[in-house]
Design a protein. Structure first.
Length: 116
């Protein structure tokens, strides 16, 4: 396996969205722009959280993105520009291992240092 793939060069980015439609819209934009190799949308997630001093409960969708660590910052900026929320949930986690062929595929399908 490429040693770069084992040292956090790849990331999973967890995002919540108002709806399945919004998550799909974000997914299509981010993958087509090569900021992410893949996006998974999981609908009907229930969120409970504090917002503006009150306890909130909402039905949301989850968007899971796979990308390079070097693309996390532009990916977050693009999500902030496209997202309907004032403060969207975006959290990046390192990929520490996995199927070497799949991890290489993520590297090959994302932008190589130049963001479109």
């Amino acid at each position: 396996m490429n040693p770069d793939l084992n040292n956090g060069a790849l990331q999973v980015v967890y995002v919540t969205a108002e709806s399945r439609d919004e998550a799909l819209r974000l997914a299509k934009a981010l993958v087509s722009e090569r900021l992410a190799a893949c996006a998974n949308v999981i609908d009907h997630m229930q969120s409970v959280y504090w917002w503006e001093g009150a306890l909130q409960e909402d039905d949301e969708a989850i968007l899971i993105l796979k990308t390079r660590r070097a693309l996390v910052e532009p990916l977050v900026q693009r999500i902030r520009n496209l997202h309907s929320y004032d403060c969207p949930c975006v959290a990046a986690l390192p990929i520490e291992g996995g199927n070497p062929d799949y991890l290489s595929w993520i590297m090959n399908e994302t932008s190589n240092g130049t963001v479109p």
